[in-house]
Write a protein that binds this ligand. Structure first.
Ligand SMILES: Nc1nc2c(ncn2[C@@H]2O[C@H](COP(=O)(O)OP(=O)(O)OP(=O)(O)O)[C@@H](O)[C@H]2O)c(=O)[nH]1
Ligand SMILES: [Mg+2]
Length: 329
């Protein structure tokens, strides 16, 4: 317990001031994009800064602030319990030590979810299946991901598996045409599993490196649509028993605890291997990443902090924690 307080300063973790590649390229630093979540935790500075001693009331106010930032009860309880334990053990004795302690606990909680999505070159194509409720940013994220892989020199193909909304197919086709990326599509109303099956077939024949499959937004209550996702997986596995290599849930951070509920429910229907959390630029509810980490422990692959391709960033726990609670030590 509390090993993090003794952790040596290394290149990794919250101590790191290394610039992320996106920041080097002159893109807004993450701090700026996560401003609203940072503000929601900002109360901690005043609270702790003005305290002369650590008492129960102060710890309770820290607890309330964490809940307000949508960390959820389980994650907040874990953080606050560990804080109390540190105080009891005499590791944290002064108010000034509380902020670094909270920051360390946030990092400790979320660091296990920092697992970059590695595209295995031996799996050709590496198949990414995108799932999630309506409007969370699935199709936009596909465009951003495709851009990333194209920039890495990979051969990319998209499957227009959202056959429910006619506009969805067009949205993907337009993107594919602009970027010279093949999009496998059928007419709207076609069977999603059939479209994705065709795409996988074609991707194999064309030696595509990464195939990204879109699906229609769906709610966990629509059991026939949840069954459809299981069917998509079964059908793919006829061609490649290991596909999909990534089943990525997309959630909108702005929906707060609902995003956690979605992750829980989708994970029951189709085993998720990764999550992308979008729209962190417009919300104070970025704490939901901690709620997801505490309960589900699913890798958080990317975070979306805006609408352009550069705004999809690989999730880096240290940079994220530092951006929402900038405590220098
Ligand atoms: N600000 C912001 N907007 C985003 C982000 N990601 C996606 N969006 C916007 O969210 C809206 C919905 O995105 P889509 O990609 O169409 O969402 P979807 O999940 O495919 O929606 P359906 O296909 O209807 O289920 C679009 O206007 C996107 O530009 C993000 O990280 N930040
Ligand atoms: Mg879509």
């Amino acid at each position: 317990m509390f090993s993090i307080f003794r952790r040596k300063k290394s290149g990794k973790g919250v101590e790191s001031t290394q610039m992320r590649p996106a920041e080097q390229a002159g893109v807004d630093p993450l701090e700026q994009r996560l401003e609203r979540t940072r503000s929601s935790l900002g109360g901690l500075f005043g609270l702790i800064g003005s305290a002369t001693t650590i008492d129960d009331e102060l710890v309770e106010e820290i607890e309330t602030t964490l809940l307000t930032a949508d960390m959820g009860v389980a994650a907040t309880t874990r953080i606050v319990d560990r804080l109390r334990e540190g105080i009891r053990q005499g590791i944290v004795t002064e108010p000034a030590e509380l902020l670094p302690a909270v920051q360390a606990e946030l990092y400790e909680l979320i660091e296990p979810c920092e697992q970059f999505l590695a595209v295995d070159p031996d799996r050709k194509p590496f198949v990414i299946l995108m799932v999630g409720v309506n409007g969370v940013g699935k199709t936009t994220t596909i465009g951003k991901l495709a851009r990333r892989y194209l920039d890495e020199g990979k051969k990319v193909m998209l499957a227009a598996g959202d056959t429910f909304r006619a506009a969805a197919v067009e949205q993907l086709q337009a993107w594919g045409a602009r970027n010279d990326v093949p999009v496998v599509a059928q007419k709207s109303g076609a069977d999603t599993a059939a479209v994705i099956y065709d795409a996988l077939h074609s991707a194999k024949a064309r030696e595509v490196d990464v195939l990204i499959a879109d699906t229609a937004g769906r709610l966990h209550t629509q059991s026939h649509l949840m069954d459809e996702l299981a069917k998509v997986r079964r059908v793919m596995q006829k061609i490649d028993p290991d596909a999909p290599h990534e089943t990525m849930l997309v959630v909108d951070a702005g929906t707060g605890q609902n995003a956690l509920a979605q992750a829980r429910q989708f994970n029951q229907a189709v085993p998720l291997t990764g999550i992308t959390v979008t729209k962190l630029d417009g919300t104070a509810r970025g704490g939901v990443l901690f709620a997801i980490a505490e309960e589900l422990k699913i890798p958080i692959r990317f975070i979306g902090v805006g609408e352009t391709a550069a705004d999809l960033r690989p999730f880096d726990a240290g940079t994220f924690v530092h951006a929402i609670l900038p405590v220098e030590r």
